[in-house]
Design a protein around this ligand. Sequence first.
Ligand SMILES: [Zn+2]
Ligand SMILES: [Zn+2]
Length: 146
Amino acid sequence: MDRFTRLCKAKGLKITPQRMAVYEALKNSKEHPSADRIHKQLMPTFPSISLDTVNRTLITFARIGIINVVEGQGDPRRFDPNREDHHHFYCLSCTKIFDFHDPDLEQIRIPDQVTRMFTITGKRLCLSGYCNECRHQKAETAAPAN
Ligand SMILES: [Zn+2]
Ligand SMILES: [Zn+2]
């Protein structure tokens, strides 16, 4: 039994084809998609699925610890299937969010003033800038993206 099935069972969440599809779509994406993005992707297979259903499904997954919500980019809420410790790079141009790992960054010391004020349960660095694709696009021409 995979992690998804196990966690759904443990939390009493019924596994429906739609829920499976939402999870698969998120898991197979490398860019931390929004509910809207996943909804568009599922439309051909599940024409009756609503954006609200996709959104609520993702929030339920996050609540029971199957996925993470990625905070703080001002966009629509974004989701992350990767529950292991890792860091993010956020592209200001295409708004994709990429994962990266770095052992040195895992060692970052939290300042005392912060640990006095808050209980720290996670450490994640989020860098921002331009991804390779966008960087090349900028360099090559001034042609509009897409
Ligand atoms: Zn980009
Ligand atoms: Zn991530």
